[in-house]
Write a protein that binds this ligand. Sequence first.
Ligand code: 5GP
Length: 206
Amino acid sequence: MATEVKHLHVTYNDIHNLIRYSTPKIATEFNPDLLVAIGGGGFFPARVMRTFLREITEHKALQIQAIGLSLYEPVEGTSANVVGHEVIRTQWLGPDSGKLLLGKRNLIVDEVDDTRKTLHYALSELQKDVEAELLTRPESEHAALREATKFGIFVVHNKNKGKLADLPADTPYFAGATVEDVWLDYPWEAMDIEAHDGHAAADKTL
Ligand code: 5GP
């Protein structure tokens, strides 16, 4: 039987505010021009971040692209989930992925960095798409296009734990909050949002 892990419930407002306080730094230090949300947990954070980026940069609303990746399989009889062995693509950017990313400052957005496997996979696969797109361009343009293409990462929560994958040291990385190695219960997974918010309030008193 799997051991029960400690849970921490987070509310929509908690997430909204973590994004609110993180976005000025992201706008200054990375200034994305495309958001790549990892679904499903990255969808709501990316949409909220767009609101704050628009306000801060006074630019038009950024495009949000979506990819779907899965690592965790629910295990019957447990309230938490267990780690799967590999990252599975459930949705990607389409045949023009590299074209879409090339020359842009692409911010990958997810809700949580746990083992880091998902972020590592997303980043390395998106970079491969960029490299494939470069092969269709004259070699004389490669250096400038590579230089113009950047990837950054934003997660609402980073778990302070040993990671199973590394990200390149020069990849800008932003986390709304760093938490212990607990299981985070997100509001979009709740059936009863009032009960969820009640648990979140109780968690805050611990
Ligand atoms: P990683 O690849 O970093 O281990 O895991 C990333 C994915 O695992 C997240 O996008 C999320 O779907 C899932 N995950 C990891 N930890 C948690 C957690 O504490 N709560 C929830 N709800 N999902 C998690």
